[in-house]
Write a protein that binds this ligand. Structure first.
Ligand SMILES: Cc1ncc(COP(=O)(O)O)c(C=O)c1O
Length: 420
């Protein structure tokens, strides 16, 4: 793959910011969109706009077929069945929905959560995979059901410390929910191995993977991972905002409570009660994000035409290069594993005694976009004793080594200015 050629497909990248060519290295927050995706969204409105699964005129049929094809495309990407893919608003929405549903569900005639149960998370989670579980705990407490949140800690090399996993996960652990790739550290977690170990301890554990940072960058196969649930966002993988996917294992989705109630998710409704539609409709109440689904499908078509394995190889090469160039800067500390093995091109760093915002100011003046802050991971920052957040450069398919060179040259310039 040729990132220089790929870049030409992205109109937004062909511009100057502060009279300098834009270097976009904030892909961990969101990715840019190629013309193909922008056109797919416009094309939907120009040719196929109608509601789905309702009317049976030509436009409605076209819209329904397009929407169902989007399900199929997402399913093929992650090796799921089409009806195991639920469209959500994104990763945060998916995690909130599954947390709320599990709180209200019974499996094999027993409530999922009972007094004394546990939910296991890791210290490198995004707030999206922390706060919904804190809410589950609070809500259950009101029903006199006390559950505990437990945390897998980190090693000194910013990886998960799995040495005590057998104590952290117990027969009382109902849910293990963890990120595939840390949006701060770039660490790729060995989720397949962790899931296997967790299921050895407790075969009934429900494993949930936050794949917001992994599905855009590498092949992900839900059957191979063995998880029950996996969630991700379209906007981080060239698609539009407002849509994402929740994969749920068929057997789990059949048992748990719907996420929302209303039109399209029912089979029959009387004045007294209703029963649920088949999968995936049971979980998609109301009019879905139709144009966004067309854009999401187009984004996946774009990525799979390149090939997810090729994208992973490009990610690995850029990760190595970013680590090499950044670690050569005096006074710069990389917050994350310092080798490219099991590492994504998301590199957080701090610079000795210079405020992150000052550095960002200089980068922005040179047209370089990166992110500054706590990256929605305050508990991680607390574990690492980082009080002012980090700078974070995150690359994607259109980034080149030249982009990394511009970043490092400008960082050196900024350090010089602020060291005077
Ligand atoms: C690891 C991780 N989880 C969850 C999210 C939340 O994703 P979204 O804002 O698309 O819902 C992000 C976004 O940065 C993320 O990086």
């Amino acid at each position: 793959m040729n990132p220089e050629l790929i870049k030409k497909d992205f109109p937004i990248l062909n511009q100057q910011i502060n009279q300098k060519d834009l270097v976009y290295l904030d892909n961990g927050a969101t990715s840019q969109k190629p013309s193909q995706v922008i056109k797919a969204i416009t094309h939907f409105y120009e040719t196929s706009n109608a509601n789905v699964h309702r009317s049976i005129h030509t436009l409605a049929t076209r819209a329904t077929i397009g929407y169902e094809k989007a399900h199929e495309t997402v399913a093929n990407l992650i090796n799921a069945k089409s009806h195991e893919v639920i469209f959500t608003r994104g990763t945060t929405d998916g995690l909130n929905k599954i947390a709320r549903s599990l709180k209200n569900s019974t499996i094999n005639n027993a409530p999922v959560f009972q007094d004394g149960d546990e939910i296991v998370l890791t210290e490198m989670e995004h707030h999206a995979n922390i706060v919904p579980w804190q809410q589950v705990k609070k809500d259950l407490k009101k029903q006199n059901i006390n559950i505990t949140l437990k945390w897998i800690p980190l090693t000194d090399n910013y990886e998960l410390d799995l040495s005590n996993l057998n104590q952290i996960i117990t027969k009382k652990t109902k849910v293990l929910s963890l990120t595939h790739i840390s949006n701060v550290l770039g660490t790729i977690n060995p989720v397949k191995q962790i899931i296997k170990q967790a299921k050895n301890i407790n075969p009934n554990i429900i494993t949930i993977i936050d794949a917001a940072q992994s599905v855009p960058h590498m092949p992900v196969d839900v059957k191979d991972l063995g998880c029950e649930v996996l969630v991700f966002s379209s906007h981080k993988m060239l698609g539009p905002t407002g849509i994402g996917a929740l994969y749920g294992k068929e057997s789990l989705l059949k048992e748990i409570e719907p996420f929302n109630y209303g039109g399209d998710m029912i089979m029959d409704v009387s004045k007294e009660s209703a029963n649920w539609n088949e999968l995936p409709f049971k979980f998609e109440a109301g009019t879905p994000s139709l144009a966004q689904a067309a854009g999401f499908k187009s984004a996946i078509d774009y990525l799979t035409t390149i090939g997810m394995q090729k994208i992973k190889e490009h990610s690995d090469e850029l990760t190595s290069y970013m680590l090499e160039k950044l670690s050569a800067i005096k006074g710069l500390k990389i917050i994350g594993p310092n080798t490219a093995k099991n590492r994504a091109p998301v590199v957080s760093f701090t610079i000795n005694s210079i405020h992150n915002h000052d550095i960002n100011e200089i980068l922005n003046s040179e047209g370089i976009a990166i992110r500054v802050g706590n990256h929605c991971a305050m508990p991680l920052m607390q574990s690492l004793s980082i009080s002012n957040g980090t700078l974070r450069a995150s690359a994607y398919i259109y980034n080149t080594k030249k982009d990394v060179d511009k970043l490092t040259t400008t960082l050196n310039k900024a350090i010089k200015i602020f060291s005077k």
